[in-house]
Design a protein around this ligand. Structure first.
Ligand code: DGY
Length: 304
């Protein structure tokens, strides 16, 4: 029987399978452990089931030499130092595929909300700003015939493209479309790349300048892909039309972050995969990864 540290309470049946086979300890907090707390909590563990909020870096791996397997409860694994894990022979797995449709739904919900200015209209109704049907009130972008640029044509990007086709949008994929051209031609730009050295601040001030002054930026990937100071400047200056974000860097943003004052911004609490079915499937995959690795088998959903 191995010892498994789970960094948050996961109320899904898969955890019972894990507890039936191994000793499971669960972080009791509602908030993530700090790096120091995580080192102490994981001490002596053979396996770690962690969230995207938990940094699994060289310092943690060094502090917990017993660790043999890390199952990330997410598809994105930018919180894990893959090279450090490989160097120590620690298997790392994630939860690809099962959250594709839920995340694509959310990207499209953000796209629609920003394009048709749903928060503005809703606020006006609640705050008494809507007095009668207005011929030129709350005008937005018509999706039919508009161009959607998808940066990152992996599983989620392609699922967003399928939805866009149903709405009669023209879709540009990067690649083959060069990023500069995609930014210049798109009415909506939706980000679906993983966060890494090559994609950090991919959407910086220069990229934002290339976008149309009416363009909408949608980010359901990782906050670090966008230079948020530059985005706040662009929204304040009106050099892009709107931004709709499910992800920020950090999460949550501090209350005084300039982005939170920016006009035409929708921001959500990282809920792309937040459906009952998807989160339960993610738990299944994370548990499958741990059970396999601790039995000495390859993880079924190993990170390359
Ligand atoms: C992921 O899996 O990477 C999402 O951001 C959260 O489910």
């Amino acid at each position: 029987m191995a010892r498994i540290a789970v960094t948050r309470r996961l109320p899904f049946p898969a955890l019972e399978r894990l507890a039936a086979a191994h000793e499971v300890v669960t972080w009791p907090g509602v908030l993530p452990p700090s790096p120091g707390e995580l080192r102490a909590f994981a001490a002596g563990a053979d396996g770690l089931l962690c969230l995207l909020t938990d940094r699994v870096d060289a310092a943690l791996l060094e502090a917990v030499p017993s660790l043999r397997a890390v199952a990330v409860y997410a598809v994105g694994t930018d919180n894990v130092d893959g090279a450090a894990a490989r160097a120590r022979g620690v298997a790392v797995g994630n939860t690809p595929g099962v959250l594709t449709e839920a995340t694509a739904d959310l990207a499209f919900a953000l796209l629609l909300a920003a394009a048709r200015r749903l928060p503005d209209g809703e606020r006006a109704v609640r705050e008494g700003g809507w007095r009668t049907w207005e011929p030129a009130g709350w005008l937005g972008l018509e999706l039919h015939g508009a161009t959607l640029g998808i940066v990152g044509a992996g599983r989620i990007g392609q699922a967003v493209a399928r939805r866009a086709a149903g709405f009669g949008m023209e879709v540009l994929l990067h690649r083959p479309t060069p990023l500069e051209e995609l930014l210049e031609r798109s009415d909506v730009v939706s980000l679906h790349v993983p966060l890494g050295d090559a994609t950090r601040h991919l959407i910086d001030a220069v990229a934002l300048e290339r976008m149309k002054p009416t363009a909408i930026l949608v980010n359901t990937a990782r906050g670090g892909i966008v230079d948020q100071e530059a985005l706040a400047d662009a929204l304040h200056a009106g050099t892009i039309g709107a931004a709709a974000l499910d992800v920020t860097d950090p999460e949550p943003l501090p209350a005084d972050h300039p982005l939170l004052d920016a006009p035409n911004l929708i921001v959500l609490p990282h809920v792309g995969s937040a459906t009952d079915a998807t989160r339960a499937r993610m738990a299944d995959m994370a548990v499958d990864n741990l059970l396999a690795a601790l039995a000495g088998d390859p993880m079924p959903h190993a990170v390359a």
